[in-house]
Ligand binder design. Sequence first.
Ligand SMILES: Nc1ncnc2c1ncn2[C@@H]1O[C@H](COP(=O)(O)OP(=O)(O)O)[C@@H](O)[C@H]1O
Ligand SMILES: O=C(CO)[C@H](O)[C@H](O)COP(=O)(O)O
Length: 551
Amino acid sequence: MSGGEQKPERYYVGVDVGTGSVRAALVDQSGVLLAFADQPIKKWEPQFNHHEQSSEDIWAACCVVTKKVVQGIDLNQIRGLGFDATCSLVVLDKQFHPLPVNQEGDSHRNVIMWLDHRAVSQVNRINETKHSVLQYVGGVMSVEMQAPKLLWLKENLRETCWDKAGHFFDLPDFLSWKATGVTARSLCSLVCKWTYSAEKGWDDSFWKMIGLEDFVADNYSKIGNQVLPPGASLGNGLTPEAARDLGLLPGIAVAASLIDAHAGGLGVIGADVRGHGLVCEGQPVTSRLAVICGTSSCHMGISKDPIFVPGVWGPYFSAMVPGFWLNEGGQSVTGKLIDHMVQGHAAFPELQVKATARCQSIYAYLNSHLDLIKKAQPVGFLTVDLHVWPDFHGNRSPLADLTLKGMVTGLKLSQDLDDLAILYLATVQAIALGTRFIIEAMEAAGHSISTLFLCGGLSKNPLFVQMHADITGMPVVLSQEVESVLVGAAILGACASGDFASVQEAMAKMSKVGKVVFPRLQDKKYYDKKYQVFLKLVEHQKEYLAIMNDD
Ligand SMILES: Nc1ncnc2c1ncn2[C@@H]1O[C@H](COP(=O)(O)OP(=O)(O)O)[C@@H](O)[C@H]1O
Ligand SMILES: O=C(CO)[C@H](O)[C@H](O)COP(=O)(O)O
């Protein structure tokens, strides 16, 4: 290189596997997205509460999007690759071929998705053991975690799946194995979804007590006995075969992965907030709550010492930011709930026609429609007599009760576009009220949160963002890059490449504040009342259940 010439740019590829699609981005050292691509992935729901995917379909989608984002780039400038994904369970046989997770024996469908609730009886039995590992998942294990799903496979698909299985992967770890041939698991997946302890490792007594002593007997080889921190470089990097699949050069660094919500957390939580008038300026990073809002919402709060929050997952050590404990609150369906409410309404076809005619998304159309009908009052006041309890897929936090159901009160006989828009608004508000409920539980246990950092698909919806600010009374920070989860995945690749000394350093350099949305404090009294009603709804639901169960 001649004297005046600048060093060539260094790039990283981040791949994010969400519930509905796979996304990839080419990201530079300062966290700027230079290229983006996405691709839908297949989902099957063979029975109610059974949700399945295909690891081959997901890998093929990863290849399509990665090839797209590196087009026209000198591949030598790509220094690292990072994956994040939903915490779904991938099952492979001893030769790493897919095994069926269904009664039909369809081995293409070898992934039990994170939102699958088939293992209710298994999780109830696990919770009855009161084993000490449960303290580290909020006191109650969720049916969405891996232990109940594994037990379900053993009890229901013994011959076709369980006896033949050689490898059970969390989806993020499946992807890093596929890229490198290294079966090491990420500390993030094992700690958050598999009861592994960063300090003590596996607890033999737990697996024996729940009837999965098989794992202990073979020294956990099927579920992982080599564990690496997220961002650590795996083996010799990308294998020649995976390099061909992805359109990259063999040998580039590949990182130990993260669950998608955790990658979102890394992508937003470390940003330099100076100059934005935020209360968290000059305060420890523990005053920030990252909320990753996609199909589900995940509320990621970190602390220096472990905090035990009943009904909120964790505390998990080093599962997101190294050296910090993590509590993870969550709502199992948020984006999926909004889509469900809107698509199931009688006025949905009319909405589609009108939004298409204006070249708008249905949500942009609904937001402008609400602005039209609100007249002089704030838009949020349109739901004075319409209230929603959002647990259509059970409550993840802070009640940790999967039997809870959704509720709507205040329905009228008309079903026009105004009704649809107001029901949509009430649903968005219910999700934000649920976030307030989670924050209050976290604060009661010792967290001190002042600022929300939102990312994920729903953070593109200005109404969703404003309602989170108004209802929690906290400012909401949006990142410069809308696709912050991909910045988190790229941070992993950047760490694996050795270009940054630590995850913290990469976070500080690559995540940036874009926009800040402040709460409209003049509306506080109204939202406090909505919150009062919100809490009454679940109280009433429990009363109805007690009446119906009374002999
Ligand atoms: N521009 C947008 N406006 C409103 N909602 C959006 C927008 N983009 C995505 N969403 C919503 O976000 C949700 C999906 O978010 P995403 O982060 O893509 O999910 P996942 O990671 O689970 O695949 C969907 O419910 C979708 O309707
Ligand atoms: O359990 C989770 C994180 O711990 C997430 O809810 C799950 O991974 C799905 O994520 P998304 O809503 O982004 O598809």
